[in-house]
Design a protein around this ligand. Structure first.
Ligand SMILES: [Zn+2]
Length: 326
């Protein structure tokens, strides 16, 4: 599932390519994509408009359209946004019949397969903007103006982790009093936006925090370490063009290389890189373990990632004496 670095990689590729281009025609091929809006209404709402820019909030790609409207795309599990150049051979209808893959000689996997095309738009320089999605959880929502966009995002997207909003103090406030395991806390999009299963594991390893530590048990120094861990994990992902462990491809249909940089994610049974570099246990470094937290596979080092204790609750004073709690 694409997370912030994958979506941001797509955005950075897409924006300079489509900025200033006008949508001449658009077709929603799967009514589930725009549900509950009927496809025809979304098509009518975007055709004729210029794409002014491509932004991102959390895992949402935002196509800013002339006149103030925004099309908010979410790739969910297997969504892909692709550009098809006028120079690419054949048209979509031909390609769909013969089942070749996008991007000429490159070999792509199923998600950029045109059988899974859910949306396409013709732009005025001949480029086609395509959205493919094998599992069909992706969404495209047309929001008529800024207020509608804000209203849509408010209950779905929290703090941007690569902005000045993410401070140790802000993280501490969000975590205060919460018994949720840190892993689940990081996956909550209304807290820190854009972090998914990969980057949560990678951030917690960098912060030397155990994924099952209760979020509210973090002290200021842990919040500081976690902010650094989040930023470093996401920036590493961005520098690698995202991670391709399942269906993720960038806007050019290419794989990222973050999967080669994982410290813990999917590395069950391999030595912990930090403990190995510290020469822990006489060169026989502890191995990465896999557990399931909130239904998600979670990878961590049981040696260097500290499990924080739940902080004791403040007890209420009653009559000048500590009242016993059950
Ligand atoms: Zn370790």
């Amino acid at each position: 599932m694409p997370e912030l670095p994958e979506v941001e990689t797509i955005r950075r590729q897409l924006a300079p390519e489509v900025r200033g281009l006008r949508i001449l025609d658009a077709e929603v091929l799967d009514e589930r994509l725009t549900r509950p809006e009927p496809p025809s209404r979304v098509e009518r709402g975007i055709v004729g408009r210029e794409i002014e820019d491509v932004d991102r909030r959390g895992k949402y790609l935002l196509l800013r359209l002339e006149g103030g409207a925004t099309m908010a795309l979410h790739l969910r599990m297997t969504g892909n946004v692709l550009l098809r150049r006028p120079a690419d051979e054949g048209d979509v209808a031909d390609l769909m019949e013969t089942d070749p893959r996008l991007g000429g000689p490159r070999l792509y996997e199923s998600s950029s397969d045109l059988r899974h095309l859910r949306f396409r738009a013709d732009l005025d320089d001949g480029t086609e903007l395509l959205f493919t999605d094998v599992r069909r959880f992706g969404t495209a929502v047309l929001l008529p103006d800024r207020a509608a966009l804000d209203e849509y995002l408010a209950p779905r997207v929290g703090i941007e982790p690569l902005s000045a909003e993410l401070t140790p103090a802000a993280l501490g406030r969000m975590a205060a009093g919460r018994t949720t395991p840190l892993k689940s806390f990081l996956l909550t999009q209304t807290g820190v936006a854009g972090i998914g299963n990969i980057y949560a594991d990678e951030a917690l390893h960098r912060a030397e925090l155990h994924p099952l530590s209760p979020a509210g048990s973090m002290k200021p120094e842990h919040c500081e370490a976690l902010v650094e861990g989040i930023v470093d994990a996401l920036e590493t992902g961005l520098a690698e063009g995202g991670a391709s462990i399942d269906d993720y491809r960038d806007a050019r249909g290419e794989r990222g290389s973050m999967q080669d940089e994982f410290l813990v994610h999917t590395r069950e049974g391999l030595p912990c890189p930090r403990c190995a570099s510290r020469g822990e246990r006489g060169g026989e470094a502890p191995k990465i373990e896999r557990i399931v937290v909130g239904g998600r596979s979670t990878y961590f080092c049981p040696h260097c990632q500290v499990k924080l204790r739940r902080r004791p609750r403040r007890r209420k004073r009653a009559g000048g004496r500590w009242k016993a709690t059950a």
